[in-house]
Design a binder for this molecule. Sequence first.
Ligand SMILES: NC(=O)c1ccc[n+]([C@@H]2O[C@H](COP(=O)([O-])OP(=O)(O)OC[C@H]3O[C@@H](n4cnc5c(N)ncnc54)[C@H](OP(=O)(O)O)[C@@H]3O)[C@@H](O)[C@H]2O)c1
Length: 433
Amino acid sequence: MKDVNVGICGLGTVGGGTFNVLTRNAGIIAGRSGCNIRISRVASRRSRDDLALGNIPFSTDVFDVVNDPEVDIVVELIGGYEAAKELVLAAIANGKHVVTANKALIAVHGNEIFEAAEKAGVVVAYEAGVAGGIPVIKAVREGLAANRIDTIAGIINGTGNYILTEMRAGRDFAEVLKEAQDLGYAEADPTFDVEGIDAAHKLTILAASGFGVPLQFEKGFTEGISTLTPYDIAHAELLGYRVKHLGIARRREDGIELRVHPTLVPKSHLIAQVDGVLNAVMVDGDAVGQTMYYGPGAGDEATASAVIADIVDVARSVAAESNQRVPYLGFSPDAIEDLSVLSMEDIQSAYYLRIQALDRPGVLAKIASILSEHGINIESIMQKESEFKDGRIPVIILTHTVQERQMNLAIEEMESLSDIADKVIRIRAENFN
Ligand SMILES: NC(=O)c1ccc[n+]([C@@H]2O[C@H](COP(=O)([O-])OP(=O)(O)OC[C@H]3O[C@@H](n4cnc5c(N)ncnc54)[C@H](OP(=O)(O)O)[C@@H]3O)[C@@H](O)[C@H]2O)c1
């Protein structure tokens, strides 16, 4: 059995998990890959006494791994943008294959990295960067290779999903965020998770591998969950919907929709049932229909599971000395379509609206008339006398699907009415029919 040498850069959560699973399951992994995958060198800022490194050379400089002629596959698990980019490009320049869990790196610098990899004839694999342990990239790229994929949508940030799940019990965002931080689910600086940036990184990668378009992170739309209230979550429930923080990528003739925002999902849809820190991705293919991939989106060994799946994939081709590899985005580079991301005004969605109406006669008629002028049909409307307070009463409306541009105009007009107090609250809704 041929040896394939792996060098791990970064021995943190995922690096440690990868080391332990590769060591513990070496026999199973050899059986599956048909080669002997050896950890031949590791590097990280600090060593870890809890890992059984034995005689494996350790250094604090990750470039020792990249410059080691014995290493076939460099596993980048240091995270971040700049140092990781330098490391990955240096590995490629040295003719080494790369496996990474770094979604930020791939979403932002992936086009440049893949181009370099293509020229050098090496592979850059990134399964663990999207939905942690769930093998969704492989599913999209290989398992669904027969399909034209038009929609990919998912819960791709466990921290946000944990917070929304807890808010269903009537708890405030700030209180649940603090709890998530105490439990270790959320970072001290939670911006990437709660403002949707982390999800947008993953969605960018999913859209590129699903639709065969370039990575276009900077053009996506991102709205976080920090302004959601238990009130709106409870009223969405009354209407038969659950609020989820979704990444939605939709391929249209004129471009692609790429957006992360709180979304009402029918309670009966599988995505609505995914609670806590778990992730789920729905992929709609023209041949297969709707498929769902569900599981842990983070964690040391769960993420290591995806890192090692990539190592096995690459190791097989190294051992076979074959050039027949799955292209980096699952499409041959000359088949990548230059389909651009649509402006948010051009997306289509249904909407939940909460309008603070003053208790005056005719307000409902004015709201209905503004919506109708903009071609917006109402699916349901709710107004409860019991919620009348300080001369105001909230009007909750669920609309049919309409272009965001029309909704922006309607909201602007409603907010200019003297009968409406405050800004109109809007949450987008999807039926996934
Ligand atoms: N954690 C997860 O569940 C998860 C899931 C999916 C994907 N990921 C991705 O996996 C990657 C690693 O995440 P992680 O959670 O394992 O992070 P982590 O626990 O912070 O581990 C990173 C490790 O790399 C070391 N390091 C960072 N920069 C370095 C440098 N320039 N030179 C040498 N060592 C360096 C760090 O050292 P110090 O400890 O000294 O800083 C740390 O040991 C990230 O891209 C992340 O987005 C993580």
